[in-house]
Ligand binder design. Structure first.
Ligand code: NAD
Length: 506
């Protein structure tokens, strides 16, 4: 018998008819001529049926967003009017948490408690963005001489394509959309083909909140052709994308044809560094949380732990013991902490990394294979701790995107910084020490967009987020997140009629 905590099927009745997902184009719901079914990764039953968009659907979405932008109905609306709509959306999200969270769990396999947290937390992002909508200011220059005045205006960048992944569909949409809308942009949204329904529900809420038709359009479907059209279309001014680094690079290439702005939130191979003087009990809990949250299918997954050699054995043993107590199983059970893996193909990829590491000399301290959950047909992976990992192994370098912790060791702070930075990625990093100098030195030297000291994955709408190196470009949320969607315009004004003529008239 496995010495792990497994929660069997709850037997809870699932919806009998799949949720129907349609495109939202120019304020109208449009059914697809072709549809695709989503099978719940935990339960193995069809939970949604969504339109599978064509290139023509994507072009219609762009045309609607372009027309709405150029009409000025939103782009020239007051900050007060924009904020009022965003605040109504926040209220509607809160009123619909249960409905949205259930479908999010059924499509993604994540625990229902986390879906509820993700959806209700998203309301706060909309509220924060509403506050920014009334605080869009540029600069003035009153030092250019008595006959000149300079003004730097901020304007909405225009039509924005919003392309999102499957791991936090509602949250990531809410990291982008309210900020783009606060800026005055219009949007075409493409959610992941695996988890489209909460985005469709967002469309319903936007209509109910009174957002004018065409300001947000939703086109469902796959990267090819829908995502590709949204990334390359000349009438799109900016693409904001969250997803894999490989697709992020493809989007950059596609966008370069018209030199549109591209903002990318990509993968990570995020280290947590543990010094011997840390609160090791708290660190072990945070490492356990960091690797299993969202089944490790998380850009911020703390998938590498770098432990000081003196404490490595005891620390890994403690994380292993805690891992046995994390509740894996039916995502519909309120106590479940880790649910299903998004697809069987992805589960195979996760398992491949573990097998390759073992073949290269690493040791599996816990797990290392699929997990059978009594009463459920879907795919689950065991909590997995791999020790004796060396920096050259793929499990130490690649984004595994599963509940698999790679454990490495170091001796000095210099070595810890070098190991942490020895990655193509630079999304987030953590440091554990009771010595503030150790924490700050690490924070200043590590190449990552977010550093946590003595904590992991705390986030706030005010605190901007984004990656160094191949983890992305641009920033989301916080004030910088708004700035991404603004264009800057200089207005140089001569005051009075004092401009000396250039032409010497005879
Ligand atoms: P993915 O890159 O496969 O897909 C993301 C989105 O891009 C989907 O909507 C997909 O349909 C679309 N897409 C695919 N090919 C495309 C193309 N050629 N042109 C345009 N769009 C295309 O990513 P995923 O598997 O859905 O999500 C997991 C990845 O997302 C991981 O790498 C993870 O690290 C990353 N992620 C990053 C962050 C962050 O903020 N940095 C957050 C969450 C997830």
């Amino acid at each position: 018998m496995l010495d792990m905590t497994v929660i069997a099927a709850t037997g809870q009745a699932l919806p009998t008819t799949p949720f129907e997902g349609r495109h939202l184009i120019g304020g109208a719901w449009v059914a697809g001529s072709v549809t695709v079914d989503r099978v719940s990764p935990a339960h193995g039953v069809v939970v949604s049926r969504s339109a599978l968009g064509t290139a023509a659907d994507a072009e219609a979405g762009v045309a609607a967003a372009r027309a709405a932008f150029d009409s000025g109905v939103w782009s020239r609306a007051t900050g007060k009017a924009r904020a009022a709509v965003l605040l109504r959306v926040a209220d509607l999200i809160e009123a619909n948490v249960e409905r949205i969270a259930l479908l999010e769990t059924l499509e993604s396999g994540k625990p229902i408690s986390q879906s509820r947290g993700e959806v209700s937390g998203a309301a706060d992002l909309w509220r924060y963005a509403a506050s920014l909508a009334r605080n869009i200011t540029g600069d003035s220059h009153n030092t250019l001489g008595p006959d000149m005045l300079g003004v730097i205006l901020k304007e909405p960048i225009g039509v924005v394509s919003v392309i999102t992944p499957w791991n936090f569909p509602f949250w990531i949409l809410s990291q982008k959309l309210p900020f783009a809308l606060a800026a005055g942009c219009t949007c075409v949204v493409k959610p992941s083909e695996m988890t489209p329904s909460s985005t469709v529900m967002m469309g319903e809420l936007l209509i109910e909140a009174g957002l004018p038709a065409g300001v947000v359009n939703i086109v469902l479907g796959e990267g090819q052709p829908v995502g590709a059209v949204l990334a390359s279309h000349p009438d799109v001014d900016m693409v904001t994308f969250t997803g894999s680094t490989a697709v992020g690079k493809a989007i950059s290439v596609a966008a370069s044809g018209s030199l549109k702005k591209v903002a990318l939130e990509l993968g990570g191979k995020n280290p947590q560094v543990i010094f011997p003087d840390a609160d090791l009990e708290s660190a072990a809990d945070a490492v356990t949380f960091g690797i299993y949250f969202n089944a490790g299918e998380c850009c911020n997954s703390g998938s590498r732990v770098l432990v000081h050699e003196d404490i490595a054995e005891a620390f890994v043993a403690r994380v292993t013991a805690l891992s046995r107590q994390v509740a894996f199983g039916d995502p519909l059970h309120p106590d479940t902490q880790v649910g299903a893996i998004i697809s069987l193909v992805h589960q195979g990829k996760i398992d491949g990394y573990v097998k390759d590491a073992v073949a290269a000399g690493a040791k599996v301290a816990l797990g290392g294979g699929p997990l059978m959950v009594p009463g459920l047909a879907g795919q689950f992976y065991q909590p997995t701790v791999v020790s004796g990992v060396t920096p050259d192994m793929a499990i130490a370098r690649d984004e595994v995107f599963g509940p698999v912790l790679a454990c490495l060791t170091f001796r000095t702070l210099d070595e810890a910084v070098a190991l942490a930075n020895d990655a193509a990625y630079g999304l987030s990093a953590g440091v554990w020490s009771e010595n503030v100098h150790t924490c700050l030195e690490f924070a200043r030297r590590v190449q990552a967009g977010t550093i946590w000291t003595n904590t992991w994955m705390d986030g706030f709408p005010e605190m901007t987020f984004g990656g160094f190196k191949q983890s992305g470009q641009g920033r989301e949320i916080g004030r910088y997140g708004l700035e991404e969607f603004l264009e800057v315009k200089t207005v140089a004004m001569r005051i009075g009629r004092t401009r000396p003529n250039w032409v010497k008239t005879h």
